[in-house]
Design a protein around this ligand. Structure first.
Ligand code: ADP
Ligand code: MG
Length: 486
């Protein structure tokens, strides 16, 4: 059976005409979900199902195998996560669900989303297993028991070969972004992993496109799958905007609350003044966030360093004024926060348009104090639809240290002038130094310096190894760029 469903009309700021009729949106309460799960969804602000969720969840919860095709940002994670969580027995300490993802970053995102969705239940352990991290801690985490494993095919295979991962109790296998996994040459690995799973299981396959390899996989590993195809996805809901009324003196603390609740990996926080930038930076750092500020007083070199660290995911929050952020193009921005909503609705639309780019969904949060309400009226007019108000009391900040950025940046003193190329640095780190390709992120070479993003956990080791070795036959000075407390 194939269902082909049109997606909801675009809700993007520019194309939703005033007063346009909205299609009826199904709620999660139509589904056979536990009351605690429904409550948690509500607290997360998941008030309605997205089209793919509405199409997939009833079938998935009924135990069907699925092939679901929908673009990135359409809410596929919750579609499979709610299904696997519903079937889970928390008292059984065995891997009951496995999600295969193409990359480490996607695996981290899926893990985070599953954890958020599992908050209603007690003590469900979700473990990420990807290359680029050392095996030992992964093995000991597995020994301590995990209910759900999310990982890349290569690393899952490694664990299967070593016998550190037992899939005999598995009842849900998810192939997320299956087309990308095939593009990356994981076909055989997926086959091996699927063969290590019990035959009696549910298999859910998600993909943005439907290349031949998918048909071949599904013929081999899915049982009478239901096929769901969402035709062309528009901008619909790619930017999720939320407005919060906040007293002026609570604003900076509110930013921390938002970040601890939603846990975005990269956030751009807009302030209206330089002074506010400075204050926010101090507050965030005091709370343990890795944050940097971009303001007019920085020298070019400092500005470059800030931007490089933000773009390579070594910094979680970039605090900026509109002027300073001009021309900034960051492709993976999970959230924009308007610490002060701007009086200019065009500026507002521009600010929030930085998130939800390309295939990514994004959040846009605006903090509004009582005397700024008129600004919101302007924005509502410009958007052509009513905005969504939320309250800070809905937020449930995750306890403990805030989410740390996945990467850290090393600065090598030496750049284009020394004829250093990204390949040389990558070669040095993955060759002699023994790091894996996945542990190395973006490499930016400027005239006099080279900046290398490396997985945060191995940053110091990378500094040591690069300092001890040579680059283009010469020794180099290397240090870790720290977020300077200024
Ligand atoms: P996909 O896997 O299709 O790319 P994701 O599962 O990553 O999409 O979801 C994109 C974003 O949408 C995430 O930030 C997620 O938290 C949010 N989201 C998912 N479902 C809902 C919903 N029903 N209501 C509101 N937000 C949702
Ligand atoms: Mg996804």
């Amino acid at each position: 059976m194939t269902q082909v469903l049109p997606t909801s009309p675009s809700l993007s700021p520019t194309s939703a005409p005033e007063g346009a009729a909205q299609p009826p949106k199904p709620g999660f309460d139509q589904l056979p979900l536990a009351p605690a799960t429904l409550l948690n969804l509500q607290q997360l602000g998941y008030l309605h199902m997205t089209p793919i969720q509405a199409a997939a969840l009833p079938l998935a919860l009924a135990g069907q195998d699925l092939i679901a095709q929908a673009k990135t940002g359409s809410g596929k994670t919750a579609a499979f996560a709610l299904c696997l969580l519903t079937k889970l027995n928390p008292r059984r300490f065995a891997v009951q669900a496995l999600v295969l993802c193409p990359t480490r970053e996607l695996a981290d995102q899926v893990t985070q989303e599953i954890r958020r969705l599992a908050r209603g239940e007690d003590n469900i352990k979700v473990l990420t297993l990807c290359g680029g991290s050392t095996m030992r801690p992964q093995i000991s985490s597995l020994e301590h028991g995990a209910h759900v494993v999310v990982g890349t095919p290569g690393r899952i295979m490694d664990h299967l070969q070593r016998g550190s991962l037992d899939l005999s109790a598995l009842d849900t296998l998810v192939l997320d972004e299956a087309d990308r996994m095939l593009d990356m040459g994981f076909f055989d690995d997926i086959v091996t992993v699927a063969k290590a799973c019990p035959r009696e299981r549910q298999t859910l396959l998600f993909s943005a496109t439907y290349p031949e390899g998918i048909a071949s996989l599904s013929r081999q590993f899915l049982r009478q799958p239901q096929q769901i195809t969402l035709t062309e996805q528009h901008e619909a809901g790619k930017i999720r905007q939320r407005f919060y009324e906040v007293a002026p003196e609570q604003k900076l603390a509110a930013v921390g609350l938002l970040l601890k609740h939603y846990r975005p990996v990269s956030t751009l926080a807009f302030c209206n003044t330089r002074q506010q930038c400075r204050e926010l930076l101090q507050v965030l750092r005091a709370e343990g966030f890795v944050a940097l500020a971009l303001h007019g007083e920085l020298e070019q070199r400092e500005r470059d360093q800030v931007l490089i660290q933000f773009a390579n995911r070594s910094c979680s929050v970039l605090v900026a004024t509109d002027v300073a952020a001009r021309g900034l193009d960051i492709d993976q921005l999970e959230a924009v926060i308007n610490v002060d909503v701007t009086p200019d609705s065009e500026v507002h639309v521009h600010r929030i348009g930085r998130t939800g780019r390309v295939d990514q969904a994004g959040w846009a949060f605006s903090l509004v104090s009582g005397n700024q309400m008129a600004r919101v009226d302007n924005i509502e007019k410009a958007l052509g639809h009513e905005i969504e108000w939320h309250t800070l009391s809905e937020l449930q900040p995750a306890p403990g240290k805030p989410l740390q950025p996945p990467m850290a940046t090393l600065q090598i003193l030496g750049g284009r002038k020394e004829k250093i190329r990204p390949g040389d640095v990558l070669g040095a780190l993955t060759g002699e130094a023994g790091f894996s390709k996945e542990q190395i992120g973006k490499i930016n070479v400027t005239d006099t310096s080279t900046y290398v993003a490396v997985a945060r956990g191995v940053a110091r080791e990378a500094v040591r190894k690069l300092s001890a070795g040579t680059l283009k036959g010469k020794r180099v000075k290397v240090h870790l760029l720290q977020d300077r407390a200024d």
